[in-house]
Design a protein around this ligand. Sequence first.
Ligand code: C5P
Length: 310
Amino acid sequence: MTPSDRIRVRVRVPAKVNVQLAVGAARPDGFHDLANVFLAVGLYDEITVTPADTLRITCEGPDAGQVPLDATNLAARAALALAQRHGIDPSVHIHIAKDIPVAGGMAGGSADGAGALLACDALWSLNSSRDELLSICAELGSDVPFSLIGGAALGTGRGEQLTPLDVGGVFHWVFAVADGGLSTPTVFREFDRLTAGTPVPPPAADPALLDALRTGDAAALAGTLANDLQPAALALRPSLADTLAAGTTAGALAALVSGSGPTTAFLAKSRESAAELAEALLASGTCRTTRVAASPARGATVLEGLLNGY
Ligand code: C5P
């Protein structure tokens, strides 16, 4: 093994749930202004980058077959964008160990974009500032900047302008993973269809929800969870109503569609009640599988890299 064979950088990136997703009217550019309260949750993808002869992507994990391995993958786009900015060769092998549900409304693709960006920045010893990385993230997609910073944040604009938020405790979640994904643009188009002809107020963060996050009060957070995309996701995938009802019946503090869905999120009182809730949801037969995770979680983090001796 030559020294260059051993050069690699491994980055871990969390999934997210939107505890509030307030959506405004469609803008002239087709995007929607949002008040998007992101909370990172402890489900992670791991991105490993190694030097290669050409830019290529591989993926492992139960849903790996659903992940595009071409230049449309946000991880490839991140490597290309960073290399282009610095006028360097983007040849790198990006391996994604995928644990975040695919096309599930949990920002799995965005996580891979943010993770690949941070990993390539370290591999190529570019030492980009956080602001430089955040600006590339925003070019890649509305949710990508949050995947980089993690924790909790209010996203305004199309969701990419972030204000970090304090979180005063640990929240326990169950995620019910549905069969198949939902396309985010399709869900936003359905939102437009459902709200056509009615005034859509400008989106605003709910102060009671921000207080609940700050104090770590799960019961208070449960009373304020809100997702304006939920009616659209339910219209496109009516069976999600059964999943939400099954979780509520099984004792969830609150239930909602995660982002544009179709993953549904259930807030639990404790780690133990989350485990029980996950079992009940699976037994209800209304979802493909369940995942238990706590929040907040750290943003994209280098686990192994050049600092470890190379
Ligand atoms: O930013 P991103 O590429 O992730 O967005 C995917 C799609 O979701 C957009 O093309 C748009 O249709 C929709 N979207 C939106 N308003 C936002 C964010 C996303 O309409 N604020």
